[in-house]
Design a protein around this ligand. Structure first.
Ligand code: GCB
Length: 811
């Protein structure tokens, strides 16, 4: 067979990437060398001209004074302005244009533009004519373009123009949210050429084939395959649809074949059944064994392959039990993982595939078996990786915080839900379809209670309609939504009962003050709703990696408080079987342009930093979840330290934590054995004497010393007595009015906590730390963006009302 394939999004075809874009005199010449009728997918990512259009004045004429820059896709126009000190970021129109020449042989093919995603409203123009539109920034879409294209060598070449608009639109979710709505064609774009007869690309941009496994046991499994196909030609065609179930080695283990007579311009659907695959190799997080379903259309006369798509197939069965939690393949399986946003430092949301893949590997390496894809469907490669790595997943559409009571809004929500389900239907990793997040967080009409009741009734109606739609689209999965901790409000309007599973975003000990409230909430919900399965869909605490402390308090943004918070939460989650699972908020720090705080524009609740380097707490999850032996000097992440040498000595005592899943560990510093500690909840702790300069730490697992970890830490010793000769005073950086340390890695500077003045030493006389008067926050100082510096924590705290600040420095 001479057919070549590019992997269609969300299929995982073993493919020959046929990308023939030859640059000829400034424009591209897309040529298909494949003479057979099979499918070709050509990347259209390179060489776009891009400009913004803040005045909205260039439609339809794109000539004139516009300044174009050359970009490649994935692309967003918001990478820089989301990080500057000016509030807001560009939400408006962006234009992309490109010229391509097409091989005359493509003339008899059906051509479509396939977008993996563009935020959020798109219009496509080809050679000046509008070819299609799409609404919604997070789902895929496919625009048939054959009729607008020319297939010759003449100038000018075909011009493709894409208008993208990320302006706020009341009729398109999300309306508001704690993340940035980056604009642009921020995922891959393809030109797909198929024969006139092909699998259906127009069914909400799915690949036209839906694979169901109505029965799976250890002994056998049945498969039902529903395929949509169309004949776009003027003549009727006799075709044969063959479906092969292939195992991981590529051997066909079952087949089905159907003859179909397609009339001219007919779309039809056929259903094939494979009654039994014997002794199926089951799919699970520990053993994510994948079969594939290869679907082919053959011409009945010459037996040529006309089209082919490949879908993943994993044999598994699952259920949520309200008392006992989640079961996979008949065995209890606690779902533990994270939620994930799709952006990355310096790239916004326009990521190459490798970075998406890396995130999934990091989740797996953490020991996670669950991913909440929040708050919107993400790049197709995410679910491909969940299938491959064995990560169970939920996906949701972006209805966040509030709704608009308009037919247009409801319609857009329903369309997004259908797109999401149909595009991702075949992933064995998907177990839950969701459609709302904290929709009562910002209730409208607070000053008009009667009107507010109507608004709540509209929310209930929308919930019910999305619930019905989801159950109809896919009866094989569970439905769910995520609510915030205002339980009674959700209960009152049915949002704690309509979906099959209820997700809770809980922040006791963060947004509300008592961490014990978390366990209490879980027990109350379960008691009042004994038949409703539940998941914790969010919990988290901000951790700015530059802020450290030995006195963690809520809202101090230190790594230590977040570590404490996660330790408590994970423990509470694991000890309650009725909690089916939990997704920590969030896998990595992410951009939320309107946030200020210590690291403006960043939500710091990641277990990883924005560049995906781990925070200490990531290692805690590894120690708690991994089955293979694990030991890590978690405090080793804080490798530039400073502290006070007390009583004229030449060491500073500071606590060091080691995370391990082994029984105990011993710690050695600079060759000195500090003794053995038994791990309690996977944590061992030592008080460690640091010397000035480089300190070498080694943690060794016990009883057998098979595992060890090494950390090198730079320490700046500051004498308590500034005149002391044991540790000569050189310099002092103090974080006024704060109990935190601020680590500035780039400058090799560590700022230490403030202290009251002591004779011979330094500190403030009188005064108290500045606190924001903002209600329930135990604030560390100001939570405002300090303009003109990336080092906000240095300026956000103060000791106010001091009588004097004294430093008894030597001459
Ligand atoms: C939530 C939201 C999420 C926020 C998170 C936070 O409950 O669902 O979008 O980012 O809290 O960090 O405040």
């Amino acid at each position: 067979m001479k057919t070549s394939f590019r992997s269609l999004p969300h299929t995982y075809i073993k493919f020959l990437f046929l990308c023939l874009i030859l640059n000829t005199a400034g424009h591209s010449y897309a040529r298909d060398i494949n003479k057979s009728e099979g499918r070709t997918v050509i990347s259209l990512n390179e060489n776009w001209k891009f400009t913004t259009d803040p005045e909205k004045k260039y439609l339809p004429d794109l000539s004139g004074e516009l300044k174009w820059e050359t970009v490649s896709l994935p692309h967003t126009w918001n990478t820089k302005d989301v990080m500057d000190d000016k509030p807001g970021y560009y939400r408006g129109i962006g234009w992309y244009k490109k010229t391509i020449k097409l091989d005359p042989q493509l003339k008899n093919r059906k051509l479509s533009l396939y977008f993996n995603g563009a935020n959020q409203q798109v219009e496509v123009y080809i050679n000046g004519k509008k070819a299609g539109v799409h609404t919604g920034g997070y789902t895929r879409f496919c625009i048939p373009v054959s009729e607008y294209l020319r297939f010759d060598d003449k100038e000018p070449a075909n011009e493709i123009v894409i208008k993208v608009d990320n302006s706020h639109n009341d009729n398109i979710p999300p309306l508001s949210a704690d993340f940035t709505f980056f604009g642009g064609v921020y995922r891959n774009l393809y030109l797909i050429a198929t024969g006139q007869v092909s699998f259906d690309l127009t069914d909400y941009a799915s690949n036209g084939v839906y694979v169901n496994t109505p029965l799976v046991t250890e002994k056998n499994a049945s498969v039902i395959i529903r395929s949509g196909l169309y004949n776009n030609s003027a003549a009727s065609r006799k075709v044969i649809i063959k479906t092969f179930v292939k195992d991981a080695a590529g051997n066909s283990v079952a087949e089905a074949s159907s003859a179909v007579n397609l009339k001219s311009n007919e779309r039809t659907e056929i259903t094939q059944q494979i009654k039994s695959v014997d002794n199926p190799h089951l799919w699970s997080p520990d053993d994510p064994y994948l079969y594939k379903v290869v679907s082919r259309i053959y011409d009945a006369r010459d037996k040529q392959v006309i089209d082919e798509v490949v879908n993943p197939l994993g044999f598994r069965w699952f259920k949520f039990d309200p008392d006992k939690g989640f079961f996979l393949n008949g065995k209890p399986c606690k779902l533990i993982g994270t939620s994930r946003h799709q952006d990355y430092e310096n790239l916004g949301n326009a990521l190459p595939d490798e970075l998406h893949i890396r995130d999934m590997k990091l989740l797996k390496q953490m020991g996670g078996n669950f991913l909440r894809i929040a708050h919107y469907p993400q790049d197709p490669v995410i679910l491909e990786m969940c299938d491959k790595l064995g990560i169970l997943a939920s996906v949701e559409i972006p209805i966040v915080n509030a709704i608009t009571e308009s037919e247009e809004f409801y319609k857009n929500c329903r369309e997004m839900q259908k797109e999401m389900i149909r595009q991702n239907f075949n992933h064995p990793s998907v177990i839950l379809w969701a459609y709302m997040n904290e929709v009562l967080l910002k209730p409208k009409f607070d000053n008009d209670k009667t009107r507010q009741q109507e608004y709540f009734a509209s929310i209930t109606r929308l919930t019910q309609s999305l619930e019905d739609l989801t159950r109809k689209e896919d009866p094989s999965r569970y439905t769910f939504i995520s609510n915030h901790g205002a339980y009674d409000n959700y209960k009152k309007i049915g949002l704690a009962s309509i979906p099959m599973v209820i997700g809770w975003n809980l922040y006791q000990g963060w947004y509300s003050d008592k961490i014990e409230g978390f366990g209490e909430f879980l027990d109350r919900f379960h008691k009042e709703n004994p038949d409703k399965p539940m998941l914790i869909t969010e919990y988290g605490a901000d951790a700015d990696p530059r802020l450290r402390t030995f006195n963690p308090v809520r809202f101090d943004k230190t790594v230590e408080y977040a570590a404490f918070y996660h330790e408590v939460y994970l423990n509470e989650i694991l000890k309650r079987p009725f909690v089916a699972g939990a997704a920590a908020w969030n896998l990595a720090d992410f951009n939320s342009e309107q946030r200020e705080e210590t690291m403006p524009h960043i939500n710091n609740k990641g277990l990883l930093n924005w560049d995906r380097s781990p925070k200490d707490i990531y290692y805690f999850y590894q120690a708690s979840l991994l089955k293979k032996p694990f030991i890590k000097i978690a405090s080793g992440v804080w490798d530039q330290r400073a502290g006070i040498a007390k009583d004229g000595g030449n060491v500073c005592l500071q606590m060091v934590q080691v995370y391990t899943n082994l029984q105990s560990a011993k710690l050695i510093i600079n060759g000195k054995d500090l003794g053995v500690q038994n791990a309690k909840d996977h944590i061992c702790e030592w008080t460690v004497p640091f010397i000035n300069g480089t300190n070498m730490l080694e943690a060794v697992s016990l009883p057998d010393a098979g595992q060890k970890d090494i950390a090198e830490m730079e320490f700046t010793l500051i004498p308590d007595d500034l005149q002391s000769s044991a540790t000569p005073f050189t310099c002092l950086n103090v974080l006024l009015g704060s109990r935190r340390y601020f680590v500035d890695k780039a400058k090799h500077e560590v700022w230490i906590p403030d202290q009251p003045y002591k004779k011979g030493s330094w500190g403030s006389v009188g005064g108290k730390p500045f606190r924001l008067k903002n209600g329930n926050k135990d604030s560390y100082g100001s939570d405002r963006n300090i303009i003109g510096t990336p080092d906000d924590p240095l300026y956000q705290t103060q000791q106010v009302g001091i009588q004097e600040y004294r430093l008894d420095v030597p001459d």
